[in-house]
Design a protein around this ligand. Structure first.
Ligand SMILES: NC(=O)c1ccc[n+]([C@@H]2O[C@H](COP(=O)([O-])OP(=O)(O)OC[C@H]3O[C@@H](n4cnc5c(N)ncnc54)[C@H](OP(=O)(O)O)[C@@H]3O)[C@@H](O)[C@H]2O)c1
Length: 391
């Protein structure tokens, strides 16, 4: 510290370095401006984070496609933040496994035994815990920490409580499961009723479930195009429409769509998938504008490749399973990382978030600003991939 002080003093006195006027400008204007800006930026970020946590804590969050990949990771981050989850999918066993995982997160949040005590006027609560293999120490939870005198008073009156009553567990809500197939619009309407019966309201709907596709337009049956549109577009639209009236009535709601970079640009041999994601983007852009008077937020998150089973589960032109882990998918972002981005985007009520590297981002801008160049690049890509497939 002394060196830093001496350094700045030396500069101000003109002992070191460049001419005095420049140094005066540096020490009186630029440095305070720099530190001030960093401080304000830090404060704004902190306030934003606190606002996000408050927004998600205790919110009822419905997540479709929670059995695997991104949906599963979103379930974990929202659960840890204190949301009340409704997990949706077709695979009941998968969802039950996820609930067991969430229970392990819940139990893991308590270390060792603990005791709870109150001071005489009940104005403070102190929690003293013993982590396995350590000395008794005070454990800091979300609300407090009292001073040393109070701690020793608390120790004298302490009372050991069973683990399940630990105050830190109060932030975890019991998750619910709702099983339905998104490509069946009638089942979606029934699922929406079941969700509202179970939890009474929905604060945040995350339309995450989706299916991908690989094939040529010439060989793809229309039934396959329709199935992909039903799962990726009509199902989420039906669920959104079924839940919106209750959100409007409660004067609180947030619709989140997990789209894709392919919702902004189309790449060859993904026609049905790209079309469904473009439709999602267009629907959400209209929805956002129409929901302004009702104060319902709409967030579209468009990720690039994520390391999930999406390409394995993709369908081909005849509707059969593709079953290949694509190199791009295997090398994509982790679902944990993207789930954290989704969490932040929801907390900050962002409108449109592109989660992509430099090349896909440039491609999105190229499509908008220089479409001719974009089209020739895509034509070259299609030619190259066709050659590769024919070989
Ligand atoms: N992975 C990527 O590279 C990538 C990139 C951009 C965007 N995305 C988007 O991210 C979202 C999540 O995909 P993911 O990467 O996590 O893939 P994933 O691991 O294959 O997960 C897809 C989820 O959607 C569910 N689902 C599929 N068809 C359904 C249907 N008819 N009814 C109900 N649920 C259905 C699946 O449930 P089941 O277990 O029942 O099959 C699964 O839980 C998708 O919307 C996808 O388009 C992914």
């Amino acid at each position: 510290m002394d060196y830093v002080f001496f350094f700045f003093l030396s500069i101000r006195k003109g002992f070191l370095g460049p001419p005095r006027k420049l140094m005066d400008l540096t020490s009186w204007v630029i440095i305070p401006f720099l530190f001030g800006s960093i401080g304000i930026y830090g404060l704004v970020r902190l306030l934003r984070r606190l606002r996000s946590s408050a927004y998600i804590q205790d919110a009822v969050v419905v997540i479709t496609g929670a059995t695997s990949g991104l949906g599963k990771e979103c379930a974990k981050v929202f659960y840890k933040a204190g949301a009340q989850l409704v997990l949706c999918g077709r695979n009941e066993e998968g969802l039950k496994d996820l609930i067991n995982e969430l229970c392990r997160i819940r139990k893991g949040s308590v270390q060792g035994s603990y005791s709870l005590a109150r001071d005489s006027d009940e104005s403070h609560t102190a929690i003293l815990g013993t982590a396995p293999g350590t000395e008794e120490r005070s454990v800091r939870l979300h609300v407090f920490l009292c001073d040393r005198t109070l701690q020793s008073e608390c120790r004298q009156q302490r009372r050991v409580l069973p683990c399940d009553t630990h105050p830190s567990l109060a932030q975890f809500h019991k998750p619910h499961i709702v099983i339905f197939d998104l490509s069946d619009v009638e089942a979606v309407a029934n699922a929406a009723k079941e969700i509202l019966q179970l939890v009474g309201k929905v604060d945040i709907l995350i339309n995450n479930a989706g299916i991908s596709y690989r094939g040529t337009i010439l060989n793809t049956k229309v039934s396959v195009d329709r199935m992909i549109m039903d799962t990726n577009y009509f199902g989420p639209v039906a669920l959104t429409k079924a839940l919106l009236p209750s959100m409007i009535k409660n004067k609180r709601g947030h619709i989140v769509a997990i789209s894709s970079v392919q919702g902004k640009i189309s790449i060859p041999f993904r026609s049905a998938y790209s079309a469904s994601k473009h439709a999602t983007q267009a629907f959400c852009d209209c929805l956002r504008a129409e929901m302004v008077p009702h104060d319902i937020a709409v967030t579209v998150v468009s990720p690039g490749y994520i390391q999930t089973n999406l390409s394995l589960n993709a369908v081909t032109d005849d509707g059969s399973r593709y079953g290949v882990m694509d190199k791009n998918t295997a090398e994509g972002r982790t679902p944990e990382e993207v789930a954290r981005i989704v969490f932040r985007a929801v907390g900050e009520r962002s409108k449109d978030v592109l989660v992509a590297g430099l090349v896909p981002t440039l491609a999105v801008y190229l499509r908008a600003l220089a479409p001719k160049i974009f089209f020739s690049i895509m034509a070259a890509r299609a030619k190259k991939e066709r050659k590769f497939k024919d070989a």
